[in-house]
Design a protein around this ligand. Structure first.
Ligand code: SF4
Length: 458
């Protein structure tokens, strides 16, 4: 079990010097320690908890300058280890096939006395030609002994299907139950022009506590294994391809901060782009981060998939508030790292995501500052309409203002996209995934100058 406060402290997002809870220290600690596993939540009932000001802890705005935060480093080892792909086994000591790279699968097949070519036949039946085998019986054309060995020593699935919900705009939210009873969500977003995107989760909950994000309110339960990530894309294809057409794109923008689970995310992304398997184009598999700088560097060196960075502010003051990870990795460091890393890469552009929050980050001054900030970084900017959720303190920027904001960016030479809400009526939109328990991550203190802007939403 990992509490939100512990994880955030280890990440350097908060430390004991900067938290100024309105509760006593003991009750504050109790408030932040999350029950595990999280089960049977009532989504709507639990939200009212957030509105109770007496239970809202606050952060000193001066905390952003805390020098001691550097002492806290990302603690990826706090989570159940899933390193070493072949060794990923369930309680029956069976290999979980979808957590393995092709090289690992081949090694495993050979270790049982079968030929490398048989490994390729199995790989193709897992991922290719519309087979997406779920058990040994679906392995048509494979040698009987090989099938028997697979049935005895391997598991096909890492997820149990729970439910699928359709939003009025065609977006589908698929719910999966994990072996330990936790639930994750995967979203399939059909678009015109023959593109359909699956949005996968990389963690159960999230430790980053971005203030505009419902998932962030949950805190972090655990990392997903590579198999649990890959299976989301396979399952979405199996379940919905006939209905919505071929699934062409993957975005790691579901529950969780992918780079907080980087080993499994890189492994899963590499499985997804394998040309003999799911064969997504690396350009069409996008991993999004809130800005974990060391992991971002590693990703760019070890994976050729696309990168998105959730930016959402043009000053440290605002970003420290709405994205507490900024207290550890400041805007200047994040952007300078991208400038350096992307300079040497041919035709590679980062996608900056910018969720527009009325009165917070949507002024024309913000737009002009954004143009300056991204100078020298090969990029596109995606302006995203905020997706409200019960208990959220932010309100949407209206469309006219979004267009004016976009125009300033375009006049400044930026490539800009705009994304309006999808799947909102089924809580399937960006920043709306997850289920809250009775206890949530802390709400950060609103800087003085933004209180009026937020009043309308409270
Ligand atoms: S926006 Fe992403 S990183 Fe931030 S809390 Fe939500 S899921 Fe986590």
């Amino acid at each position: 079990m990992v509490s939100v406060s512990t994880t955030m402290r280890r990440l350097g997002i908060i430390n004991s010097a900067v938290v100024t809870p309105t509760l006593s220290t003991a009750s504050f600690a109790r408030t932040l320690t999350l029950p595990s596993p999280l089960r049977n939540h009532c989504l709507t009932n639990s939200i009212s908890f957030l509105k109770s000001r007496s239970l809202v802890s606050s952060f000193s705005s001066s905390s952003s300058s805390s020098s001691s935060s550097a002492a806290y480093l990302p603690a990826l080892d706090d989570f159940p280890s899933t390193k070493g792909s072949v060794a990923v086994r369930d309680d029956n000591k069976k290999v979980i096939l979808k957590g393995m790279s092709y090289a690992s699968l081949q090694e495993w097949v050979e270790s049982h006395g079968f030929r490398p070519g048989q490994a390729m036949m199995l790989w193709k039946r897992l991922y290719k030609d519309n087979i997406w085998a779920q058990d040994a019986d679906q392995l048509e054309g494979l040698n009987k002994d090989f099938k028997r060995m697979i049935g005895e020593h391997a598991e096909f699935g890492a997820l149990s299907f729970k439910d699928v919900r359709s939003a009025s705009d065609g977006t589908r939210k698929i719910l999966f139950t994990l072996d330990d009873g936790l639930v994750i969500e995967t979203v399939v977003i059909p678009c015109d022009r023959g593109r359909t995107t699956v949005c996968v989760s990389s963690q159960v909950g999230c430790a980053m506590n971005c203030q505009f994000c419902y998932t962030g309110r949950m805190g972090l339960k655990r990392n997903l294994t590579a198999a649990e990530i890959v299976e989301q894309a396979v399952y979405a294809r199996r379940l919905l391809s006939e209905e919505v057409g071929s699934i062409t794109n993957v975005v790691f923008m579901g529950m969780g901060e992918p780079f907080h689970n980087i080993d499994n995310v890189i492994r899963a992304a590499n499985i997804m782009v394998d040309e003999n398997g799911l064969h997504f184009s690396p350009r069409k598999v996008t991993v999004s981060t809130s800005g974990l700088v060391p992991q971002l560097k590693r990703f760019l060196r070890e994976c050729n998939c696309a990168l998105a960075v959730s930016l959402n502010a043009t000053t440290d003051e605002v970003r420290n508030w709405i994205m507490p990870i900024n207290r550890k990795y400041k805007l200047s460091l994040l952007l300078e790292t991208l400038r350096e890393e992307l300079n040497s890469r041919h035709k590679y552009k980062v996608l900056f995501e910018y969720v527009m929050l009325a009165g917070v980050n949507d002024s024309m001054e913000d737009a002009r500052r954004l143009v300056e900030l991204v100078q020298g970084i090969p990029c596109k900017i995606n302006l995203i309409q905020f997706n409200p959720h019960s208990g959220s303190q932010f309100i949407q920027t209206d469309e006219d203002k979004m267009i004016k904001f976009r125009n300033v960016l375009a006049e400044g030479g930026c490539t800009v996209l705009m994304r309006f809400s999808r799947g909102n009526d089924q809580m399937a939109a960006c920043g709306q995934l997850g289920m809250l328990g009775a206890i949530q991550a802390p709400v950060m203190k609103v800087p003085e100058q933004f209180r009026t802007a937020l009043k309308a939403s409270v």
